[in-house]
Design a protein around this ligand. Sequence first.
Ligand code: SF4
Length: 845
Amino acid sequence: MARDPRHDILFEPVRIGPKTLRNRFYQVPHCTGFGVEKPWSQARHRAVKAQGGWAAVCTEYCTISAESDETPYVAARMWDDHDLRMLAVTAEQAHELGALAGIELSHTGAHGENSESRLPAAAPSQIAGDFAVGLVPRAMTRRDIRRVQDDWVAAARRSRTAGFDIVYVYGAHTYLPGQFLSPHYNRRTDEYGGSLANRARFWLETLEMVREEVGDDCAVACRVAVDRRGALGVDLDEGLEFVSLADHLVDLWDVTVGSIGEWSLDSGPSRFYREGWQLESTARVREATRKPIVGVARMTDPDLMASVIRSGVWDLIGAARPSIADPYLPEKIRQGRVDEIRECIGCNVCISKADSRRHIGCTQNPTAGEEHRRGWHPEHVPPLAEPLHALVVGAGPSGLECAITLARRGARVDLVDRGAMVGGSMGWITRLPGMGEWGRLVAYRAVQLKRLPGIELTTGRELDADEIRGWGADVVVLATGSSWAGDGLNGFTREPIAGADDALPHVLTPEQVLLEGKRPPGRRAVVYDGDGYFAAAGLAELLAGEGHEVELVTGYDTVAPYAAETLEDVLTRGRLHEAGVAMRPATTLAAIRPGRVDAENEFGEPFTIAADAVVLVTQRVSRDRLYHELEGTLARVHRIGDCVAPRILAEVVFDGHRLAREIDQPDPDVALPYLRERPMQDPPPAPAQPPPTLALAERAQPRPRRVELLEGAAGEVAARIDELVRGRGEVVVAAGRGAGDDLEPYRRLAARYGGRFAVSRPQVEAARATRADLVGASSQVVAPDVYLAFGISGAIPHLVGMAESATVVAVNTDRSARIFDYADYGALVDAEQVARRMCDGPPLG
Ligand code: SF4
């Protein structure tokens, strides 16, 4: 197919400093979770994009020193020559496929937890970061500034040696140079703070030093958020002024909006931001520079891309997410196959996967992140060695992906769905407010269904087990999906909810609301969320928009906790708030009754919420009946997707893809092992001399004694001890765990002899005595003339404490107690009885 001439402009080469890009498609830096720990995954992920036509592929942010280690997140690193070797593979593979390689050198500044290196975060001023909890950085001295700049130069030098063509001085997302630029983070009063020229100084100096270092070997790119659109960073007028100030030092401007705290502005999820929205700010950068500009806008539409280039505001079409969803996006446009573009749906699951789960994945593209470890390619699948006739039951996301992949491998596929249309769960998902763009998941596959020979689609037909058995397929794949529990089964109590029955008019499931039009019978509705993602929030918003008084109740500590990983949590809550939805986290439902629900707060305290209806978004349950009916009656029957276990879309698409790739393995139900990267490390340097063996200091030992056991009952023992004590100088009466709960007799006994009362540690821990009463090696209550140990077993510090006592008397019913090995006299009687007899009974002796 011929390329649309309107898109020709996208394939013009562009010069950036000393380098030339072969076209205008530029994969901007984005996280993968690979860093330098998975160098082959890193390299293959970028190489597939280079193969798909991107003119440049960049690494994720790449820290320059241990002071910015990024842990618990995974960044690339360019700290030493080992990192250089790990990343050189990426540059090399990009070059082999005709792309330039970029590296985004970075320093996290105030946001760096540095959990690995344990070094304090360094920032322009001691202003808390807005990413990690409770992180307060140290303010950088001038010496620190010079050191960081030197680190940047060293990292740039290594990057050049590694073969990178584009070296970044990254300060967008309010990373360190952006923090210097921002009056929010920068409160300095020296030449690095105050006026814009001063706040820009750190960044300008660093650019200049890096430029000097790399010379004409590399293009220097600067990634800057030109418009904070929130509390942090700089406003647009200052952003543009900075571009003017630094323009002579920069070969490529990579422009964004927002900050790390408001990252969702830049990587806007489609539920909240339309494609191209950042252009409101970033299109203005042209006013400040004639140098090449690249921006991002989640663009997948080549007409929009061409019009942006034609307008002159940008020179390059930047992409992170669209390049993940379709690494072959440029090539498909070049070949005029735009209907085959696997368009990003804007779900941000890639961000969740890369940042929170440490290995990138994608909802649209099941091969993302699997390029190296599973050897998967987005556009190529190995053909089947033998002919195969497959019946796939269910044309939801997993069944569609499986059927298409099997067909691509050469199988003859019958795809049968009970619904009138393909898409399965996407039918209700895309009816939620703002979720229309997610329909691209089906749209891409619907095109493939038409395009691929060998797939026969039948809709509106529900097959039973006998029909499947009689179908005559070599292999049957069940992708029958899942349904929302209609009885309130949930992950908080692991039980259904009393009174929950979706046959009742006041109990509803998401499918009933979204597909069947069922609505709450009254005004007040509770949406109960055990799912923690988009469904409950979307339903609450939908019902509120229809005039219902909605309360979203969830057992989670916050509304939509998973959405925090996709940058949608704050946006979700904000939209619910705007819609007038009340939110009640940390609350579980105990029962649903007409007109109300019984709930419990996080402390188990019951209360009721007035409600005319409850929408149960508690959990989904696999529709696996058919599978169990067929299991064991067919030679080859498999299940995929929600039918196995309800999961996010990315996982069920992956599941369908994997089974299709491995269908000709001996047991396709068991996934083939994947390559695990365990990169070889440089051996640690040998120590100059072996470390000395450290010996612990000598410590005092208790003095063993030969015990004489006193015979008789409590009264006789009491009289005998009284004889031993009277007239013998300082006395300590010590009570241990075996002395009973009431310590009063012992206190009075100590008073009777004019001595001190003391306890052992368990008594203090049980709050029966204070720490001041503690006896032992470290206490004041040591070495009296007579030591009366009641109910004491004999812990070592305690025994050391009384080692110097002239006479030790132990009373304990347990003969095995260690105290008897260190006592002069002992009695095997109840300690409390003896003590009471000694202080409360008739005179002794
Ligand atoms: Fe786009 Fe979602 Fe894939 Fe990310 S995971 S690239 S947002 S489709």
